[in-house]
Write a protein that binds this ligand. Structure first.
Ligand code: FE2
Length: 235
């Protein structure tokens, strides 16, 4: 019998951990991090070295892969979403910027699959919402460059850098697991922010909600990795 694909192993572990009523404990997070650490671009259908314009259009070509070095826009590959978690990959061209955004009430595990990215991340110290706009003081958690291979990162609702931005320094891809997933209806929208450093308070900034950046283009692309067997929901 074939052994399960790495993405299937990740899906099964997410299903086990994020379907429970309780928040994940430390051991479960470490378990997920270890699984994420084993995943490479090829496991999610990306050829990180390919510079071809697009995947082969031949339907018979079972080895068709997304070409990692030649995406022209930030591209999101949706792998799975259910009520409890989502799995997907952001592919960036060099210079691609995903502006500061938050992950309300979420736990997010991320693995840089290839390339280099400049990451800035904050956690709220104190925030308030005036006229439906959120503003507040935030402490910087990360301000530096991540290059593959690097260990998976994890952020939590109030720690680990819940508000972050990415600037790709080379073509790169980030595999993300979000739990629970974004949902406008359930009060978990994605909100974008401006940050203004405070000269007299190094390491802190004022974050102020902004409109969805007009120049932000995120395209969708099909998932070309191994199919995932989805667990049946038992009602
Ligand atoms: Fe994010």
């Amino acid at each position: 019998m074939d052994s399960a694909s790495r993405i299937q192993v990740l899906y099964d572990a997410c299903d086990a951990v994020f379907s429970q009523m309780e928040l994940p404990n430390f051991q479960q997070i470490q378990w997920l991090r270890k699984i994420l650490d084993s995943i490479e671009a090829i496991d999610v259908g990306i050829d990180e070295f390919s510079t071809l314009q697009s995947p082969s259009s031949s339907p018979e070509d079972s080895k068709r892969l997304m070409c990692g070095q030649n995406v022209s826009n930030i591209t999101y590959i949706h792998i799975h979403q259910c009520d409890n978690f989502s799995i997907g990959v952001f592919c960036f061209p060099a210079g691609g910027v995903l502006p500061l955004h938050d992950h309300p009430r979420m736990t997010v595990l991320s693995k840089l699959l290839y390339g280099s990215v400049y990451v800035k991340a904050y956690d709220w110290v104190k925030m308030e919402t005036n006229n439906s706009r959120t503003i507040g003081l935030a402490g910087k958690v990360m301000d530096g460059i991540m290059s593959a291979p690097s260990e998976p990162t994890v952020l939590f609702p109030r720690s680990g850098g819940n508000i972050h931005s990415f600037t790709a320094l080379s073509p790169c891809a980030i595999l993300d697991v979000l739990s629970p997933p974004y949902s406008e209806e359930l009060g978990r929208p994605s909100t974008y922010y401006w940050d203004t450093p405070i000269p007299s308070l190094p390491g802190y900034a004022i974050l102020e909600e902004r409109d969805l950046p007009e120049d932000l283009v995120v395209k969708g692309a099909p998932y070309l990795g191994p199919p995932i067997a989805i667990a049946m929901e038992i009602c």
